[in-house]
Design a protein around this ligand. Structure first.
Ligand SMILES: CC(C)(COP(=O)(O)OP(=O)(O)OC[C@H]1O[C@@H](n2cnc3c(N)ncnc32)[C@H](O)[C@@H]1OP(=O)(O)O)[C@@H](O)C(=O)NCCC(=O)NCCS
Length: 161
């Protein structure tokens, strides 16, 4: 499987993979991904099976230590010199799940953040994925008050180098 960062050419494939993987209320839209690719395409990690996008991880960089809903919507808040690599999306399309692909991309994102001298990575997730992310070194900080994305309850998790 090929892993690479994104270009604007990947916009449709990313939007499709997201729509296949999240409920409508949680899925980022094509317009939101266009903004994200404009501001931080190098903070997308894409995995391809031949020419098919099968998984991706994305998120911007900021000095803010906590992930907020505003960050999902405002890609322009990306700060290339920031301390924390946020993770906004972790997606594997349904027929490629349970093969470790999301894990490979998370490890790539972690390695890149380390090489770039970040303080660490921050994500939010539902209860059932807390154990999954803890395998990569993320530590749960409990339910966050700063995100109610999609009307859901989110745990914030942090990996500090
Ligand atoms: C969550 C999600 C990204 C996981 O993607 P994935 O590529 O299946 O993830 P992985 O294969 O790395 O890990 C999933 C499970 O497969 C297991 N696994 C890893 N490698 C495996 C392999 N070679 N064979 C079988 N199972 C494997 C992992 O141990 C993990 O099991 P666990 O949940 O018991 O820890 C995917 O299910 C998805 O896109 N869901 C919808 C969107 C979503 O909710 N994203 C998370 C937002 S916070």
């Amino acid at each position: 499987m090929l892993i690479r960062t994104a270009t604007m050419e990947d916009l449709d494939a990313i939007t499709l993979a997201e729509a296949e993987s999240f409920p409508l209320a949680e899925a980022a839209t094509r317009a939101e991904f266009a903004e994200r690719l404009t501001h931080y395409r190098d903070h997308f990690w894409l995995m391809f099976d031949r020419d098919r996008l099968i998984a991706f991880v994305d998120g911007f960089v900021t000095d803010e230590p906590d992930l907020t809903d505003e960050m999902y919507a405002k890609a322009e808040l990306h700060n290339e010199a920031g301390r924390w690599q946020m993770i906004f999306g972790v997606v594997t399309v349904p027929d490629y799940r349970q093969h470790g692909y999301a894990g490979q991309l998370l490890r790539q994102a972690i390695q890149t953040a380390k090489e770039q001298g970040r303080a660490g990575l921050v994500l939010t997730c539902k209860d059932y994925l807390v154990n999954y992310y803890s395998k990569f070194g993320f530590v749960s900080e409990g339910v966050t008050k700063k995100s109610t994305h999609g009307g859901e309850v989110w745990n914030q998790m942090r990996l500090t180098f």
